[in-house]
Design a protein around this ligand. Structure first.
Ligand SMILES: Nc1ncnc2c1ncn2[C@@H]1O[C@H](COP(=O)(O)OP(=O)(O)OP(=O)(O)O)[C@@H](O)[C@H]1O
Length: 404
């Protein structure tokens, strides 16, 4: 979606956004604190909110048309169209299901009455399975919990047939495990079906797991726009909030966020007896192993074949389900401890040999940036530990943390 120039001035908010949404690169995240204007932005995109015309601003950007924003989709321009014609579907925070209909009837209603529904690439059976709502189909939607409503809401949006889905805090009522599964689903759908998503979230971790690009909005203004990796790296190394958000006097919601790393894991092997899954850190040549909680795959490995710290001999590292053979995880920097020696005599399951690439003092803590097989891992340690270990740039250390 190119050429997005928005200037809204109405009774409740001055929203001024001048950007393009690089949807073809992946999912776009929108971050900002409460009241920043995120939902208003989505409503404008979906033609559900009118913006006041400000011709001078539009002209400045080469726009002569009497339009507040331009959505260009497949070479067609959508200016001031009615919501029905707009290629963007807004999935609001509240599910707004028909309370007197069952879950299945709510889904069938979309297929029957949405003008776009014939374009949906999915069957109703597929979305039911993907969203994990098989057991809810005959329930009246009024009886659903908040998390269940959000699952059904997503299923309904997928069936709607519109190519761009705007998700306003879609998983806020779900636990972290369920959230990560649905975030992976969005990534998969974006990649496989070229379905485009803009997702509003209060959690940078959530956006790290799904988006390629993040817009940060504060007080109606776009204060940051950049690749997710760059933005999170900037956040992580900032010694104060004002450093993160140079365009605004406020902190844009960053102050509530913890520092974290995002790691890509591959080749899962279920250790069903231990309720763990063993993964490899991707792209490396050392076969470093990482353990996560729960047994996620269909392949299991027998007791006694463990070899912590390296791949066990003869271990077949293929998974039957290709979709689950790669996984992004986040790891809070304050959950990682460092040691100079490999210490396997501990309950910590994860031990990674790593190289120190950066040391940043942040208030009373030290943020140590590590390179582990090309991936970045952050460890937040105390000044005392830093002093005791006498860590230096370029040194090799061992990072330890419990199963993720
Ligand atoms: N219909 C309305 N009438 C009056 N004020 C409104 C209306 N809609 C939004 N606002 C105000 O506009 C501002 C931006 O609201 P918006 O819902 O876009 O914020 P947000 O970033 O999505 O917040 P949250 O994260 O809490 O959902 C808020 O101050 C809100 O109170």
């Amino acid at each position: 979606m190119n050429n997005l120039h928005i200037k809204i001035k109405n009774s409740h908010l001055n929203l001024s956004i001048d950007t393009s949404l690089p949807l073809s690169q992946g999912i776009v995240g929108v971050f900002g604190k409460s009241g920043a204007g995120k939902s208003t932005l989505l409503r404008v995109l979906a033609s559900l909110e009118k913006a006041a015309t400000e011709k001078t601003v539009l002209k400045k950007h080469g726009f002569e048309k009497n339009a507040e924003h331009t959505i260009t989709w497949q070479q067609q321009e959508y200016n001031n169209v009615q919501a029905e014609q707009n290629p963007c579907l807004l999935q609001t925070q509240q599910a707004q299901l028909f309370p007197n209909l069952t879950v299945l009837e709510n889904l069938e209603f979309v297929l029957k009455y949405s003008n776009w529904a014939k374009q949906t690439p999915f069957t109703i059976e597929q979305v039911i399975q993907w969203c994990g709502i098989e057991h809810l189909l005959t329930q009246p939607s009024i009886s659903l919990s908040g998390g269940e409503q959000q699952r059904v809401n997503l299923a309904r949006s997928l069936l709607c047939g519109k190519p761009i889905i705007l998700l306003d805090e879609p998983f806020s009522a779900l636990d972290w495990n369920a959230r990560t599964q649905l975030l992976s689903l969005l990534v998969q759908l974006q990649q496989d079906y070229k379905l485009y998503f803009v997702i509003v979230s209060h959690s940078l971790k959530e956006l790290a797991l799904c988006s390629q690009h993040i817009l940060v909005i504060d007080n109606g203004e776009l204060v940051q726009s950049g690749s997710t990796t760059e933005l999170i790296d900037k956040l992580t190394h900032a010694s104060s909030n004002s450093e993160i958000d140079s365009g605004s006097k406020t902190d844009a919601g960053f102050s509530n966020q913890t520092r974290f790393s995002t790691l890509t894991l591959t080749n899962p092997v279920a250790l069903t007896e231990y309720h763990l899954t063993k993964w490899q850190l991707s792209d490396g040549d050392k076969n470093l192993v990482i353990y996560t909680k729960g047994s996620e795959t269909t392949r299991s490995e027998s007791k006694g074949s463990e070899n912590i710290g390296s791949e066990s001999a003869g271990c077949e590292s293929k998974n039957l389900d290709n979709k689950s053979s790669k996984k992004l995880v986040t790891l809070d920097a304050n959950r990682v401890s460092l040691s100079r020696q490999a210490n396997l005599d501990t309950s910590m399951l994860n031990h990674l040999e790593a190289n120190i690439t950066d040391i940043t003092h942040i208030e009373h803590l030290v943020l140590v940036t590590l390179n582990v097989q090309g991936q970045t891992l952050y460890a937040e340690i105390s000044l005392l530990s830093f002093s005791n270990l006498n860590l230096q740039l370029g040194e090799t250390v061992f990072a330890q943390f419990k199963a993720l």
